[in-house]
Design a protein around this ligand. Sequence first.
Ligand code: ZN
Length: 297
Amino acid sequence: MIRPLLAVLELSLAVAAAPVPALAWGPEGHEVVAAIARAELAPAIRAKVDAILATDPDTLTAPDMIARANWADAWRDGGHKETAAWHYVDIELDHPDVGAACHDYPSVSGPASAGPAEDCIVDKVDSFEAELADPATAPGERLLALKYLLHFVGDMHQPLHSSDNHDKGGNCVRITLGEPRTLNLHRYWDTNVIEEQDPDALHLAGVLRARITPQQRAEWAQGRPRDWAMQAFEVARRTAYTIGSAPGCDTGAAPVALPPGYDAAARAAADLQLERAGVRLALVLTRDLARMPVSGG
Ligand SMILES: [Zn+2]
């Protein structure tokens, strides 16, 4: 099903070469991550997630866990640009410094959902995890923390959401998939690389989850969100940016053709990142909600 947001994007791509805004994994990517995570969760934790989500009157997305994984994009696009920078961390290819990309980790006083606007996805995942795990967090803020985590753990695994070549995470890089189709590199990684291999999110989630080995599960459970972002950065360096685009935002640059083998490598890398994100989202929800009473938020 083509969602309205996607329909608008397709239209904007057809009429303009201007970069579209960073979206993070497209809707399907987030659904795949949430579906993998949901299948990974123990029934007791799944019940706690559902109990918190059941308190939510919001109608921006459907109320279930998988649909709510796209809530943060809908919220941002619905007039909340102050949350836009939370969806990524611009770790620069020529100077990979997470602290700088995270604006030196601004201190947060008050609810994490209230700001500051200048913050990065690594900080937001840490902050929302702390809120979700803290029994003293107000129920409304715990609900927001859960919804942001459902989305941001996915986003940070999109390689171009944890990397930058002074090109707005690839938004400035126009690529061609054969005339007359041109789109930008960021969107290709958000959407095309997933939808063109399987447009059915639940089916793709099942296929990807089935091949995760116990050894991978154990390995992916290591580290902190900051390490996961650095790993996604490395994936971008070794795959997404092998396209050889120049740094910066030259709006007059000709579209770049994908090098031979790029598409297959991109799909393999994206699939692996979706698998990692699903396993880690389940890990995050489990460690944050393990001690929460079953009665919910
Ligand atoms: Zn996002």
